[in-house]
Design a protein around this ligand. Structure first.
Ligand code: C2O
Ligand code: CU
Ligand code: CU
Length: 516
């Protein structure tokens, strides 16, 4: 059984032996032998717009023959894909059958905050949470995942996450591939750390808090190096980077294009053809891939182009790079004759008026991280690392550590997350420009309750595939976001904004806003 206490202790002792002091080889099962698992599809409308999920423990063999303890929704790992119609009121019941508090957050949804499942909400073990979700937004791929106060990273890591397909008829109108599990495949991409025995390790220690939990193995829908049989035609892939911290730099081994048709909040104005696609934690992209040549192709990732500074020092910047999964087009199943549409939906120009309120959000990491080390040491969690001589010298031994400051030190605008403090009050139905900046590493910045537009990244216009609706943006230096606040949030249930490196979020790189 997974318990909060056990996983942290076990992870803490194992990390020192594996991640920090020698790169493990990772779990290496047979390459492309496991058929791609496809999460079951729940069509909300077909069951009266009433759905039920059970947060549960289970056992799942990521590595063949090596089942490990996991969390999942209504299954041992991950959760069903839920299809919802825009305009529907979907009645959701979530039963908590794990041994600690949890809550389910509807990431990417435009719904009032008291239904959004943030850390002010919780489901105690044995209890059931019920809300009606008023689904009212353009067609997109959203997702759901745990968001309990200070335990989000661990719960996601052990398996809780699922996709939501919000539909409004535009995919059908555009005749996009839409047969779930056949030519419309959900791909939940995650990295995980396996030790030599195939055990799944959550490396919870101060290093992980700084760089986020990173693995040596990429899994797709819970499988290592799977193979998908697809029709020899146009196939739609719904990509979610469900990793706790790692950015993926995707591309095919044969250089075939990825035609990006949608980002977090819906379709782009028109498809964008790319050969490499960077996807940060919690971002979604939908892509079309043409397999009509009938030739197999391997989806790969390069090393994280934004490794954490600690990772570079440790030579770990290149973890889990390489093949992700393979696609085997079935020449006997050519699939419908389809072309990639030249335009998708109307995308209004993102042109802010000059008088919009501007706010600044500085994501504090490096200074904070050093403070974090001090704070964690005060709580006695440094044992393994100290014993290994990690702290012996170099920059870590210097006087910049802010020892004993307490807390993690990771924060926003110099403050660590506080449930009792409202950081920002915005006016309902107003537009604002949020200027977000990072310090020493790139952070995927996410805002609840909105889909925004990126005005600039590092001072330049965003590339075309980042010009549509977004709820998460990877900020390496700076970003300007144009945000329209349409959902109410009262003090008892504020909306969150945070870094989606889940260990940063859990450690305090999060703030909250009300909207009325
Ligand atoms: Cu997906 Cu507050 O997060
Ligand atoms: Cu969210
Ligand atoms: Cu971060």
């Amino acid at each position: 059984m997974l318990t909060r206490r056990r996983t942290i202790v076990a992870g803490g002792s194992l990390i020192a032996g594996s991640t920090l002091f020698g790169a493990p080889s990772g779990a290496q099962p047979g390459r492309f032998t496991t058929p791609l698992p496809v999460p079951p599809l729940i069509d909300a409308q077909a069951q009266g717009n009433s759905i039920r999920l059970v947060a549960q423990t289970g056992r799942h063999a990521f590595v063949e023959g090596r089942p490990v303890a996991t969390y999942g929704y209504s299954g041992p790992v991950l959760g069903p894909t839920i299809r919802m119609q825009s305009g529907a009121q979907v009645d959701v019941a979530i039963e908590n059958r794990i041994d600690t508090d949890t809550i389910v957050h509807w990431h990417g949804f435009l719904i009032p905050s008291e239904r959004d499942g943030g850390p002010h909400d919780h489901i105690a073990p044995g209890e059931t949470w019920r809300r009606v979700l008023p689904v009212q937004q353009p067609e997109t791929t959203a997702w759901y995942h745990p968001h309990p106060h200070r335990d989000t990273g661990r719960q996601v890591y052990f398996g809780m996450a699922g996709l939501v397909l919000i539909e409004d008829g535009s995919g059908a109108r555009l005749d996009l591939p839409r047969t779930y599990g056949v030519d419309d495949l959900p791909l939940v991409l995650q990295d995980r750390l396996f030790d030599g025995n195939g055990d799944l390790i959550y490396p919870a220690n101060p290093m992980t808090v700084m760089q986020g939990a990173r693995g040596n193995t990429i899994i797709v829908n819970g499988a290592i190096a799977p193979i998908a049989r697809v029709p020899a035609g146009l196939v739609r892939l719904r990509l979610l980077n469900g990793s706790n911290a790692r950015n993926l730099d995707l591309g095919f081994d044969d250089g075939r294009p990825l035609h990006v048709i949608a980002s977090d909040g819906g379709y782009l104005g028109s498809p964008v053809s790319m050969t490499r696609l960077l996807i940060a934690p919690s971002e979604r992209f939908e892509i079309l891939v043409d397999f009509s040549d009938g030739r197999p192709a391997v989806l790969q990732t390069g090393p994280d182009p934004f490794p954490p500074m600690m990772g570079m020092m440790m030579g770990r910047g290149q973890s889990a790079a390489g093949d992700i999964m393979s696609f085997a087009p079935d020449r006997d199943r050519p699939g419908a004759k389809r072309k990639i549409p030249s335009t998708l939906v109307d995308m209004p120009a993102a042109a802010p008026s000059a008088q919009l309120l501007r706010r600044r959000f500085a994501l504090n990491d490096m200074g904070g991280m050093m403070g974090g080390m001090g704070g964690m040491m005060g709580r006695g969690m440094m044992g393994g690392m100290m014993g290994g001589g990690m702290m012996g010298g170099g920059m870590m031994g210097g006087g910049m550590m802010g020892m004993g400051r307490g807390g993690s030190g990771l924060g926003i605008n110099g403050q660590s997350f506080d449930m009792q403090r409202i950081d920002v009050a915005v006016a309902l139905d107003s537009r604002e420009v949020w200027e977000v900046s990072a310090q020493s590493m790139a952070h995927p910045f996410h805002v609840h309750g909105v889909q925004f537009r990126i005005l600039s990244l590092d001072g330049a216009a965003p590339p075309p595939h980042l010009q549509g609706w977004k709820d998460t943006v990877l900020v390496s230096r700076s970003a300007e976001l144009l945000i329209h606040f349409t959902q109410p949030a009262l003090r008892a249930h504020p909306f969150m904004f945070h870094c989606h490196i889940l260990e940063h979020e859990d450690a305090g790189m999060m703030g909250q806003y009300v909207c009325a």
